[in-house]
Structure formats: C-alpha cells, structure tokens
Write a protein that binds this ligand. Structure first.
Ligand code: SAH
Ligand code: SF4
Ligand code: F3S
Length: 466
C-alpha cells in the first residue's frame, strides 16, 4: 500500500478553525488509486492535512484521519476502494473518532452509493474540491454529520484559478507534476473521465510558470505537465491565449529547469507547430505518450476517437522524422463492444506498424452511464485471450527494440537508489527508459552519459561514461 510521501506544512492553505499552537493533532494516511492527476491531487491533500498539524501515520491502523483518493476508469480500482472501505469499518468500530474521507473520481460520481454502502465514511469530496478537505476534516473532528462537496465546473471554457498555492512546503522533488489542463470534453464512448473531472479548463499560464519557477528554486529538475488532453491546453483561456506549444516554449526559458515532459496528448490536436516546438525547445524530452486505443477505423469511430489509423500514422511519421531518438508509448483497449476478430487483428497489425516503446494495454471495462456500456459486449474470455495475445507480442517488440538500442549512449538524469536494490541506482533517459547503473560518486540530479548495455522489459542496465 503506497503512502504519499510526507511534505512540510504550507503557509498559505485555507485552514478551518484556528489550531491551538503546540497541539498535536494526530496522524493521517492517504491511499491513492488512479492516474498521475490523482497522485498529484493526493499530494495537495497531504499538504492540506499537514496544514492542520497532522503528521503521517505508518499504516491505516494507527491513523486518525484516512483519505481514499479513488479512480473509476475501470471496475477494478472501484472494487479495491470499496473493499478498503470494508476493512476500515472494523477500525472505525474500534475507534469511532477515526475520520474517513473519500475523494477523487469515484467520490465525484458515487457519493450516495458510498454513503449507503459505507456509512462509516465522514465525508465525500469531488475532484474539483480538493482545497475543501482541511475544512471538512476539522468539521468531522467535531461533528458526526455526513458531508459531501461535489461541485464541478459544468460550463465550457472556465479557467482554473482556485488551485491552492501548490508549492508552499513541498519537500524537494527532483521530478514534479504540474497540472495545466483539467477535465475533458472529448467524451470517448467508453470513458467515465468527462463525468468525473468535468468540462475542459486550463490554468492561467502565469500560475503555471510561477509554480514551475518555485519548484526549480526548490530543487526540481524535471516537470511533467498533466492534462487529460494536455495539448488542448489554452483553448479556452479568454485573455492572453497561449497554446500548448507556446506554454512549452515559455517553460523552456526557465533557468535551471533541465527536462519537461507532458501527458497525455490527444492525437487529433497534435499538429506540426507542436512537433516543431518539441524539436526546438531543448528541455522538452524525446518522449511522447499518445494513446491510440485501437488499430481499426470502425472501432475508433465506435469509440468516438476522432482520428483514423492513417492520420495517427501521419503524426507518428512526422514526430519520428523530426525528433530523433523519440520514445513513443501508447494506451490500447481490447474487447471494446462489438470488436470482431478482424478489428482486433487491425490492432495487432498497428502494434507491428508503430512498434511502440511501451504500451498500457487494458481489457475494456463497461462504465455505467457511458454509451459503450449499452452496446453489445464482447465475451469476456475472448477479450482476455486477445489481451494476452496483444501483451505477449508487445513484450517481444519491446525486447527487440531494446536489443537494437544496446550499445548506444544516452543522457540519464541520476535519481538515486533503486527501491528494489539500494546498491544499484536508477534514472531515466530523455526518451523515458529506466536505466540501472552503479552509483560510483554520483549524486541525484546529475545529468550523465550512459552506455546502454543490457536490455530488460523495464529498460536497461547501463555503464556511466566519463
Ligand atoms: N485522457 C487520456 C486517457 C485517460 S484514461 C487520453 O485520452 O489520452 C487512461 C486510459 O485508460 C485510456 O487511454 C484508455 O486506454 C483506458 N480506459 C479508459 N476507459 C476505459 C474503460 N472503460 N475500459 C478499459 N480501459 C479504459
Ligand atoms: Fe477519456 Fe477520451 Fe477524454 Fe481521454 S480523451 S479522458 S479517453 S474521454
Ligand atoms: Fe482514474 Fe480519474 Fe485518473 S478515473 S485514471 S483517477 S482521471
């Protein structure tokens, strides 16, 4: 169970009731499922909890406040959250003053169900209300009343300015996330995210730049810009409209910022001007995670992905021709409703054609109240068989790519000891391959040239040069 790393108290989050000085307020535990957006939100939650004087607990058993930051993208993370809530019922019976809050995507769309199935939950907070959490915790420490805060921007084109100062008190992080674009207006027929995250909106450029500068001053060397369709950044900024490409250029001007990554771009909005910025701004890393989802045009149409295999291929060709040593990764769904054997073969053929450096591959999971959930479903065993076939082939392709790259030299940012073996250190190339190497006298944050020697599924073993 991963706990979000503890950070120091920010000076400027809105607090609930004033906290008497010197009073120890107890401990917290935050459990996170889902994507990087959720990981980043959890970090904000931790800042909020610490602003109340709470300190991290080693496990839920000891915590006075427990937050679950949930994900609804597939059924599995929802099941995990409900099963965790089931376990917490026993802790709450033993310690009735325990405060339990449910946040994130499942909280947004299933608040009433959560209250019904888990009446021991004190409050439910939606995805756009993270900064309400400190106040709700304060209230829950005093009253027993169930609370929910679910407001979500429904208006197209709103701008996100209510993000609390995300910097205050962050401990130094070599790599940090910065959300730049929230919500999604694409409404792919399988996807719950437009319901959980609301309408598409962007953060003002000056807020992003201020955060990036602050992070760099605090020791950050690499930032990852986050958004559900990150390259539609800026579309709805009324004043001083800045495109995603322009945002990358502006961030490239921050001294001391070594690397910039972004995830996930939507293929249709990946245009030549953006590809040129990626080529021309030296800090932008040669990694692009561009979800394809399926390799057949009929399937893509039923998914409401507004591109074709050929138009996706045109972007890939241009990217690879313009940006040398690009690492290209993707997301694929198999077993989408009505997927025929022939359509699935199209997806297999796309994997051969694009030879992705990595892929997240998912079995379709019907999400209530999405159009695809009403369509004719594929037999679950057939979908599993196809997923296994896809994963097996993609593994082989990745190993083939790795073998072809062995012997080459790449820049790696030294991060520190591998969590699995502290004698070996790790870092990433600019094309986002993990490399393990012997640390010698290196220190975290250094950029070194590394010869990639031995390829693995996850990356390489390498030798630091010079
Ligand atoms: N906004 C991103 C994707 C966010 S969700 C984008 O469009 O690029 C991350 C991935 O989960 C998706 O790319 C998709 O491959 C997968 N996914 C989304 N809904 C799913 C569902 N109902 N079943 C299985 N996989 C799903
Ligand atoms: Fe979901 Fe599609 Fe939006 Fe991505 S673009 S979040 S897959 S609706
Ligand atoms: Fe999950 Fe919400 Fe992210 S549904 S994938 S946590 S946007």
């Amino acid at each position: 169970m991963a706990q979000v790393s503890p950070v120091r108290t920010p000076a400027n989050l809105t607090l609930g009731a004033p906290i008497p000085r010197g009073l120890k307020r107890g401990t917290y535990f935050v459990q996170t499922w889902g994507c990087q957006m959720n990981e980043e939100d959890s970090e904000q939650m931790v800042l909020g909890l610490e602003s109340l004087g709470l300190t991290p607990a080693a496990s839920p058993n000891e915590a006075n406040v427990i937050l679950l930051n949930t994900c609804s993208v597939r059924k599995k993370p929802e099941d995990k959250a409900f099963s965790f809530l089931g376990e917490l019922r026993f802790i709450k019976e033993a310690r009735p003053d325990l405060v339990i809050g449910v946040c994130g995507c499942m909280a947004q769309i299933r608040a009433d169900e959560i209250h019904r199935r888990a009446p021991h939950v004190n409050f439910v907070v939606g995805t756009a209300q993270v900064n309400r959490i400190p106040g709700l915790v304060e209230e829950a420490l005093q009253t027993r009343r169930f609370q929910k805060r679910l407001d979500l921007p429904e208006r197209k084109g709103s701008v996100v300015t209510d993000v609390p100062d995300r910097l205050g008190g962050r401990k130094t992080k070599l790599k940090a996330f910065i959300p730049v674009q929230y919500g999604c207006d694409k409404f792919c027929t399988y996807c719950i995210v437009p319901s959980t995250r609301g309408r598409e909106r962007s953060r003002p450029t000056e807020d992003i730049v201020r955060e990036a500068r602050g992070l760099v001053a605090n020791g950050t060397r690499e930032i990852t810009l986050l958004g559900q369709t990150v390259n539609s950044y800026g579309k709805n900024l009324a004043e001083g409209r800045v495109s995603f490409g322009q945002l990358l250029s502006i961030l490239g001007g921050i001294p001391g910022l070594e690397r910039i990554r972004y995830t996930s771009p939507y293929p249709r909005d990946f245009k030549t001007d953006l590809i040129e910025v990626i080529r021309d701004v030296p800090q932008v890393m040669e990694h692009c995670h561009m979800p394809l989802q399926a390799g057949d045009d009929h399937l893509l149409r039923r998914m409401r992905r507004v591109y074709t295999v050929e138009s996706y291929a045109a972007i890939v060709d241009e990217l690879r021709a313009t940006v040398p040593n690009l690492g290209l990764t993707t997301d694929i769904i198999v077993g989408f409703p009505g997927e025929t054997e022939e359509e699935f073969e199209g997806t297999m053929a796309a994997m051969e054609r694009f030879r992705f450096d990595g892929a997240f591959m998912f079995k379709y999971s019907p999400r209530p109240d999405t159009p695809a959930a009403e369509m004719k479903q594929v037999d679950s065993a057939v979908a599993s068989r196809r997923l296994n076939q896809l994963i097996k082939r993609q593994r082989e392709i990745q190993l083939e790519i790795g073998e072809a790259l062995a012997g080459e030299e790449r820049e790696v940012m030294v991060e520190g000891p591998s969590p699995k073996n502290p004698d070996v250190w790790q870092g990433y190339t600019r094309c986002f391959r993990m490399v393990h190497f012997s640390p010698g006298s290196l220190s975290p944050g250094q950029l070194v040239q590394v010869r990639l020697t031995e390829p693995h599924m996850w990356g390489f073993v390498g030798t630091v040069l010079g």
